[in-house]
Design a binder for this molecule. Sequence first.
Ligand code: NAD
Ligand code: AKB
Length: 320
Amino acid sequence: MPNRKEKILVIGASGQIGVELTMALRKQYGNNNVVASDLREENPLLHGTGPYVSLDVMNKEMLHVQVIRQNITQIYLLAAILSATGEKNPNLAWHLNMQGLLNVLDIAREENLHKVYWPSSIAVFGPTSPKINCPQKTVIEPSTVYGISKYAGEFWCNYYHQRFGVDVRSIRYPGLISYKSAPGGGTTDYAVEIYSEALDNKKYNCFLKEDTYLPMMYMPDAIRATLELMNAPAKSISVRTSYNVAGMSFSPKEITNSIQQYIPDFTINYKPDSRQAIADSWPQSIDDSVANNDWGWKPEFDLAKMTKDMLDNLALKTEA
Ligand code: NAD
Ligand code: AKB
């Protein structure tokens, strides 16, 4: 059972994952024990559900003051620049993704925080990694600045754990699909946009080719994976870099077929752009047997189940 005395700070809480993870943590620990924070304004979905502070993870002093003032015991760090935006501004992506993490790890060490969560990504893998069932340990030569920052970040987490005993845990998320909050500049964003475009306009211009397979996961599975990892006993965590987790793998053509089961006149056009090269550098599917052995990870959603849930919930949102 989670300890009710924990006080959690979520950094990047207004983003795609942040909103849903904050709500899930508030359910587990109590609304007032989970402080949401972001550089941008509070996401409307979080209004009135618990405390919110405006915070820049790059300002270490300000972060440190908040951690002490709010008696924080755990940090979930979600602030980052994702793959597609990162290629437009590599220096900024490197700076935020690295310095933000180092600020959090330093404060965790100095303040003896109980736990830190920091997500990595399947973007750590590059063109020389195995394409199918990419293993936990394999050749890793990322070709995007985002992937490089995630891979370096994984080893900083491992270092702070080995050297200073910081209990930092991490998951290499696949592309995440959700209907509550919009995605923030990734290569897998097409798989979110396609559902709302199918409902609103019955057509979608896809920036990836029809046969581009990528590892993906529905947000409820991603949130559950995160909580299961964070609630697992420390002795069962054998990976202190970051865990592979798998949900499903599909191509734009397959997700289109799945949507057409409900919207038969939905059509798609393919106009690949610079994101195609990023997608081509990543694996098509992931082997998550280590996460399964260590803390029992198992996904619940496949493409068919996710499509039904996405379309039902987006339709309800439109009606509201
Ligand atoms: P997002 O872009 O939707 O959200 C990031 C949030 O961080 C934004 O609300 C942004 O305002 C905030 N932020 C940016 N700079 C900040 C700063 N200096 N200080 C404080 N907050 C700042 O991203 P997301 O999709 O929610 O991703 C969260 C994490 O999960 C990231 O580390 C990302 O790399 C990782 N991840 C996401 C996916 C995915 O498909 N969404 C997949 C793999 C890994
Ligand atoms: C992206 O496409 O950049 C993210 C990710 C897989 O890390 N969704």
